[in-house]
Design a binder for this molecule. Structure first.
Ligand SMILES: NC(=O)c1ccc[n+]([C@@H]2O[C@H](COP(=O)([O-])OP(=O)(O)OC[C@H]3O[C@@H](n4cnc5c(N)ncnc54)[C@H](OP(=O)(O)O)[C@@H]3O)[C@@H](O)[C@H]2O)c1
Length: 250
């Protein structure tokens, strides 16, 4: 079995690569940070005796995505699973003062990056007559929260695209699943607050957040159901989170 995972250099993607490798899957790991991809490939292939292929590209750059997918040849084209995971939040400001550059980054990565990947990988799956696409959404794609405006909008778009691509691809036997996590401790908050580690830590103050491994398990479970079963949508939060704005902190 072969999985292609975007955003595999950190957080959910990294944990997912590890769990699938542990279960004997060969994996195409993607991300911009080449050195991380190289060390992960060396570690996972040795630890689990699986094949790991590295593709370093920026999902927001259509030419880079096209070149990366075109470089997948031979048996690697037999992709069983695409995990559209690369994404980010940048900034947390009211709509009237938000940084437009931050908005562009979120829209380009979370929506356009996911679309480019899907547009280029789905035809390969159709040719193979099999495949499964897992889109990483968020509770921010189910509800909105103060100052979350553009990030929430991009994840609502992912939620809509998840449902839309399913009805387009069902005739080709391709499954489509959304995984929508709540608060999870990864590099996400550090990216959102542009490297401000102290502010990033406050996001997880007094709670036991989700970990990358929790999301990896949800993805793995959805990807390993029997052929006749498709999981449409998994929403998971830490036990301390009631919704985006109700978080019980000790
Ligand atoms: N953590 C949370 O609380 C949370 C909750 C719900 C949903 N999510 C979603 O889960 C997904 C993964 O987030 P995470 O928490 O694992 O964050 P993370 O630890 O910051 O990891 C993000 C990954 O995305 C990749 N990435 C970002 N921009 C990219 C680009 N332009 N091109 C290629 N790769 C790019 C990064 O790799 P490089 O930097 O190496 O390119 C990295 O591997 C995102 O879609 C996020 O919106 C996160």
């Amino acid at each position: 079995m072969i999985a292609l995972i975007t955003g595999a250099t950190a957080g959910f993607g990294k944990a997912t690569a590890e769990l699938f490798a542990k279960n004997g899957w060969d994996i195409i790991i993607c991300g911009r940070r080449k050195e991380r991809l190289a060390s992960m490939a060396a570690e996972l292939s040795k630890k689990y005796n699986v094949k790991i292929s590295e593709l370093s590209f920026d999902v927001t750059q259509l030419d880079e995505v096209k070149n990366a997918i075109a470089s997948i040849t031979g048996s690697w084209k037999n992709i069983d699973l695409l995990v559209n995971n690369a994404g980010l939040a940048v900034g947390l400001s009211p709509i009237q003062t938000g940084e437009i550059d931050d908005w562009e980054r979120m829209i380009n990565t979370n929506i356009k990056g996911l679309l480019y990947m899907t547009r280029l990988v789905a035809p390969i799956m159709i040719e193979n007559k099999k495949g499964h696409i897992v889109n990483i959404g968020s509770v921010a794609g189910k509800e909105v929260y103060p100052n979350g405006n553009i990030y929430c909008a991009t994840k609502h778009a992912v939620d809509a695209l998840n449902r839309a691509m399913r009805i387009d691809l069902v005739q080709h036997g391709i499954k489509v699943t959304s995984i929508a996590p709540g608060l999870a401790e990864t590099e996400f908050a550090l990216v959102r607050f542009k490297g401000d580690a102290d502010r990033a830590k406050t996001v997880y103050n007094g709670i036991d957040p989700l970990k990358g491994e929790d999301i990896a398990e949800a993805i793995y479970w959805a990807a390993t159901r029997p052929a006749h079963v498709n999981i449409l949508d998994i929403v998971l939060t830490p036990a301390a989170q009631g919704n985006s704005t109700t978080v019980i902190r000790k």
